[in-house]
Design a protein. Structure first.
Length: 299
């Protein structure tokens, strides 16, 4: 049976309802929905490969971004933010990329991709789009700062924070009346997802990011971030940093339902991440300021 690719990002309808009647999402379905709901995320992955290539120049970056008109619009708009202290605004992608620099282009494309993911309320989770977006940005800000202290790739940590909830968006599109009953009945949203859909939102996210060829260490950190101590190899520092970052975002009052019990800060997590309580507190203060800057970029 062929998937009707002409549909937009709105909720899937009758054809897909038939496919999801048994509440089991196949890999192909996850990828199809992911490509429809967040095409900028795929560009984000390709951008990282370009930035790692020493032969890449600005024209290569511009060509990639220009393939997505919505992404082009958002990158240009965000480049005019007060964050960059530029008095003259531009409507040219070439100018925007040239004046913010390669490093900041990566940040802007990531923000645009996350914004695309968080553009609608998630009825299944009784979650407003604004809260999903705020949580993504706060987690990314905290993960980037903590990663610097933990001596791991800050760019990957930032990316993981921005995109970690994309699986919820996919499951919401396939829920058809299913709704998370709340923490009183199901304290763990992951357990409810597994029972309801046969897969967790975290597993959906890792499936998508694998398909989009994000780095393996980033995918592994997302796979294990709910339980970094119980990770397969027992030494997933990236997952632990992301877990602590989620806890920082929750302390900002930007938590998501059904996750609170997963972000408890323990000595084992601190040891695995190579940080102290004082380090996390300092990082939380810096992350709050970083979060405000990132939000001002998108405003």
């Amino acid at each position: 049976m062929k998937f009707p690719l002409s549909r937009g990002p709105e909720r899937v309808e009758t054809w897909e309802a038939l496919c999801f009647s048994h509440m089991t999402l196949t890999r192909d379905t996850i990828i199809t929905l992911g490509n429809k709901l967040a095409p900028a995320a795929s560009t984000f992955a390709r951008l990282r490969f370009l930035l790692l290539d020493p032969d890449t120049d600005l024209s290569d970056i511009v060509k990639l971004i220009r393939l997505d008109p919505a992404l082009t619009f958002n990158v240009v708009r965000m480049s005019n933010s007060v964050l960059f202290g530029l008095r003259e605004k531009t409507d040219s992608l070439d100018v925007a990329v040239g004046r913010v620099g390669l490093g900041e282009v990566f940040r802007l494309v990531g923000l645009a991709a996350a914004r695309q993911v968080c553009q609608r309320d998630l009825v299944t989770y009784r979650l407003r789009a604004s809260r999903l977006w705020e949580n993504a940005v706060a987690t990314a800000a905290a993960a980037e700062v903590l990663a610097q202290r933990a001596a791991i790739d800050a760019g990957l940590a930032y990316t993981a924070g921005l995109l970690r909830t994309i699986g919820r968006v996919i499951l919401d599109g396939a829920a058809f009346g299913k709704a998370y009953p709340g923490e009183a009945e199901w304290p763990s949203v992951s357990e409810w997802e597994k029972k309801t859909f046969g897969v967790t939102s975290s597993e959906v996210t890792t499936e998508l990011l694998n398909h989009w060829r994000f780095p393996g260490e980033l995918v592994d950190s997302l796979r294990d971030h709910f339980d970094p101590i119980g990770a397969v190899d027992g030494s997933n520092v990236g997952a632990c940093v992301l877990n602590l970052a989620c806890g920082v975002a929750a302390r900002f009052g930007l938590d998501l339902p059904g996750e609170g019990g997963d972000w408890v800060r323990t000595p084992a997590k601190l040891m695995l991440a190579g940080v102290s309580e004082a380090d996390v507190e300092d990082c939380a203060n810096r992350a709050r300021a970083h979060y405000i800057l990132l939000c001002s970029t998108v405003a």
